[in-house]
Design a protein around this ligand. Structure first.
Ligand SMILES: [Zn+2]
Length: 452
């Protein structure tokens, strides 16, 4: 799908500008959308050097009345913590009629998003790395009083990414972006499964924003690793189309359900690790894209295991026998999730998706009858474990749990937790309902190929 068509499907974002030298067009967009405002740049030490100071110069030269910038000093690590939103709001109070310009990637963007929301204003984002798909999604992942949550806010009105700057980002940042974009392969496969079972029908327009272009965006992992401008431009575009797909889906369903467009079971692995406070070997949080990369491989291993089965191996009676009653299931959920903050909410989530035996039987009968069709659809969308492994490795992404300072056994113990996490039908739910989840996890654990 072309950009103009994608933009016509969303409400917040009006412009996505990617190219060499486009950083010098910021003033043009400020004049177009916020002619009466004083632009206030928010950056961190690194993104200020990479882009912020150049933007400030360009805005000044264009005759705009700019507010004093806010530069978060890094290191130490800039946390996506609500306290930093308050710092932005305090600074904005000192400016007259400010419009915020986020200069950075993940954290700066999330902080500014929420601050702009509280100021009741739209904002402009200048992306400094093709590192994640959150630039133009609605909602900001922030901690408040120690609890990570998705806080309400809009997406930027204008997003600008200068490829001359994207190429100066650390290679790990671009690799993280490649990983986050590759997650649309597993997310797409999960949506095909949910569509097939009737749990979550595909919305074609939203599907078409990401899926038909995805193989093209991901086609050059070597060049991504080399920092090639064209490849990084493709990754940035793919990541932002993913955000736009979530925006588009958010117009017809609740925000918590809109990320279906770009997030499947692989993201649940990442969320579990993040909520458990997992840190990298340097003591800092592992980037979203790197966690997701390992999550993708966890999911690919399960997809390979499940779809290795033939239809005649699906034993509906055994699956019905293995499916627990609600009381047993609730105890199972507590056992898996009891160590996580606010774990009781997962009981409610799992209650919502708990089936009666009749419902399960009807579903499994259909799954078994059309198993080959489902398998072909999934295999057409999702490359095998080994191919995905090679793509991610070539791009510089982590390909085993140890690469993100996680024990293999911890990664393997995450399957059942991830299955309890959301009411979003994925391969985890299909395997659970087929009664083969434990068996598949055991095969993954016993295999020398997977997650090694
Ligand atoms: Zn993501």
């Amino acid at each position: 799908m072309k950009l103009t068509e994608v933009l016509s499907l969303v409400k917040d974002t009006q412009e996505l500008v990617i190219g060499s030298g486009v950083i010098n067009t910021c003033s043009e967009y400020i004049y177009k959308y916020w002619p009466e405002c004083s632009p206030m740049i928010v950056a961190d030490t690194n993104t200020w050097k990479a882009a912020g100071q150049q933007i400030k110069r360009e805005l000044s030269e264009s005759g705009l009345n700019i507010a004093e910038p806010l530069i978060f000093e890094t290191p130490p690590y800039l946390h996506a913590d609500y306290r930093n939103v308050e710092i932005i709001l305090e600074k904005a109070e000192t400016a007259s009629n400010p419009v915020l310009i986020a200069v950075g990637s993940g954290t700066v963007n999330d902080l500014v998003k929420r601050a702009a929301f509280e100021l009741n204003s739209s904002y402009l984002t200048v992306g400094t790395a093709a590192s994640m798909d959150g630039y133009c999604s609605s909602g900001a992942a922030l901690s408040r009083n120690g609890r990570k949550q998705t806080m309400e806010c809009g997406a930027p009105k204008v997003i600008i990414a200068d490829t001359d700057i994207l190429v100066t980002a650390p290679p790990e940042a671009s690799a993280a972006g490649y990983g986050d974009l590759a997650s649309k392969l597993t997310a797409g496969a999960d949506w095909l499964i949910a569509d097939f079972t009737g749990d979550d029908p595909i919305e074609e327009k939203v599907w078409d924003i990401i899926q038909p272009n995805l193989d093209g965006w991901l086609s050059n992992p070597e060049k991504t690793a080399e920092g090639d401008p064209q490849s990084l431009s493709a990754i940035f575009e793919g990541l932002n189309f993913s955000g736009l797909a979530m925006q588009a889906l958010g117009l017809s369903r609740a925000a918590s359900k809109a990320s279906r467009a770009a997030s499947g079971a692989e993201h649940m692995f990442s969320h579990i690790w993040e909520m458990s406070g997992h840190l990298g070997s340097d003591g800092n949080p592992v980037s979203h894209g790197f966690q997701v990369s390992v999550g993708i491989l966890c999911v690919c291993a399960l997809m390979d295991e499940v779809f290795d089965m033939d239809a005649d191996e699906i034993d509906i009676e055994a699956a019905l026998e293995a499916y627990p009653d609600w009381e047993t299931r609730a105890a199972e959920v507590e056992e898996q999730m009891g160590n996580l903050p606010s774990w009781e909410e997962y009981i409610d989530i799992c209650r919502e998706k708990h089936l009666t035996k009749d419902e399960l039987r009807a579903k499994l009968v259909k799954v078994k009858a059309d198993w080959n069709e489902l398998r072909d659809n999934v295999k057409n969308r999702l490359p095998s474990y080994s191919k995905t492994y090679r793509m991610l490795k070539t791009a510089g992404c982590p390909v085993k749990p140890e690469d993100i300072n996680l024990k293999r056994e911890t990664a393997i113990s995450t399957y059942k937790k991830a299955q309890c996490m959301r009411n979003r039908y994925t391969i985890l739910d299909l395997a659970y309902e087929l009664g083969v989840l434990s068996k598949c996890i055991q095969s993954i654990e016993d295999s020398s190929q997977y997650l090694n």
